[in-house]
Design a protein around this ligand. Structure first.
Ligand SMILES: *[C@@H]1O[C@H](CO)[C@@H](O)[C@H](O)[C@H]1NC(C)=O
Ligand SMILES: *[C@@H]1O[C@H](CO)[C@@H](O)[C@H](O)[C@H]1NC(C)=O
Ligand SMILES: *[C@@H]1O[C@H](CO)[C@@H](O)[C@H](O)[C@H]1NC(C)=O
Ligand SMILES: *[C@@H]1O[C@H](CO)[C@@H](O)[C@H](O)[C@H]1NC(C)=O
Ligand SMILES: *[C@@H]1O[C@H](CO)[C@@H](O)[C@H](O)[C@H]1NC(C)=O
Length: 286
């Protein structure tokens, strides 16, 4: 009985290796090579990507078509913020002269607020973004001052009224159905009390992707697929790596059993993560 099981496992294991070898040859586009921008900026790699890269290569697109004026898009399809210096310092130094001039000229403009507004959170928990910021309510109705005494600094244009949400506010967010919540960058140590004049288009945005650094140390490649972070292996000609790319989703205990039977397959890269999940299901069922 045991020898039959062993034989079946052996056949399966070899099928997997064969299939995987095919897979890695056929789909080199899965890989994100990274792009050199300039000596100042460095390489564009996860969590950043270049405009031509497939979406799985990163979260924030960096345009280096003018290496002296690199730009980063914090929200898909959103504003391109001009930045200075190295991408991984670990903060990006956003210094957007155009936006700063627009903010100075008209501090209560919908377009300026839209362009200033930060992503409410990073699209994936493995990458975090942070910078000093202020929460504003963008309302298409004027709120009654008497019922909303906490909202004492505001500005108004023809379409919207913006209110500063105070930090200790007990108000719901947003406070009224006609309001949306946005976050905008402010000076690191603004004069108190905070007013709308503390908004800035020059700020340091910390971008941390610790899991990805660990992944790279293991020679993995960081990807984001269908909204999920993934550490995929990238070295060619290595059986373990091909296994990772070729397999679908299997339970770790079955995988360990397989490895136990065939020790020549070696160790998996991420045994602690529980389940192993791979870019492309092979259709094999265990
Ligand atoms: C940028 O990437 C290239 C290869 O893709 C590598 O040789 C180089 O060391 C990298 N530079 C930096 C600053 O990371
Ligand atoms: C905005 O500030 C809050 C609280 O200080 C912080 O938790 C959040 O991460 C910040 N958001 C961004 C995008 O920096
Ligand atoms: C509102 O005004 C009070 C008193 O003037 C002040 O203590 C508080 O910080 C102000 N809140 C905001 C959000 O500016
Ligand atoms: C006001 O804003 C709310 C929520 O953002 C929206 O549902 C509503 O249609 C807006 N009303 C007008 C008159 O623009
Ligand atoms: C592993 O997969 C099972 C079923 O697919 C799921 O219930 C479980 O939460 C997963 N565990 C981890 C650590 O992802």
């Amino acid at each position: 009985m045991a020898s039959v099981a062993l034989f079946i496992l052996s056949v399966l294991a070899h099928l997997v290796v064969l299939h995987s070898a095919e897979y890695s040859k056929e789909e080199p586009s899965k890989h994100c090579p990274g792009h050199f921008c300039s000596d100042m900026v460095g390489n564009i790699s996860f969590p950043f990507k270049s405009p031509g890269d497939p979406p799985e290569c990163g979260l924030f697109t960096v345009d280096c078509s003018e290496p002296d004026r690199p730009k980063v898009q914090l929200k898909e399809g959103g504003y391109w913020h001009e930045f200075q210096g190295y991408l991984f310092s670990p903060s990006i130094s956003i210094k957007d002269r155009d936006l700063a001039a627009r903010l100075e000229k008209d501090s209560c403009n919908d377009g300026v607020f839209d362009d200033l507004s930060l992503p409410s959170a990073s699209p994936i928990p493995e990458v975090s973004l942070s910078t000093p910021n202020l929460t504003l309510f963008k309302c298409n109705t004027t709120l009654d001052k008497n019922s909303y005494t906490q909202l004492n600094d505001s500005c108004e244009n023809a379409y919207h009224t913006y209110y500063i949400a105070s930090a200790d506010s007990s108000l719901p967010s947003p406070p009224s159905p006609g309001c949306a919540t946005i976050q905008v960058p402010i000076l690191p140590s603004p004069p108190q009390p905070i007013t709308l004049s503390s908004l800035t288009a020059e700020f340091s945005l910390y971008v941390e992707a610790r899991k990805c650094y660990q992944c790279r140390e293991r020679k993995g490649e960081c990807l984001v697929e269908h909204g999920n972070y993934k550490c995929a292996a990238r070295e060619k000609g290595d059986k373990q790596v091909k296994l990772k790319l070729g397999l679908g989703k299997i339970d770790i205990s079955a995988f360990k059993y397989l490895i136990g039977m065939h020790t020549h397959l070696g160790q998996v890269l991420e045994p602690k993560d529980g389940n192993l999940s791979f870019p492309n299901p092979s259709g094999l069922i265990f």
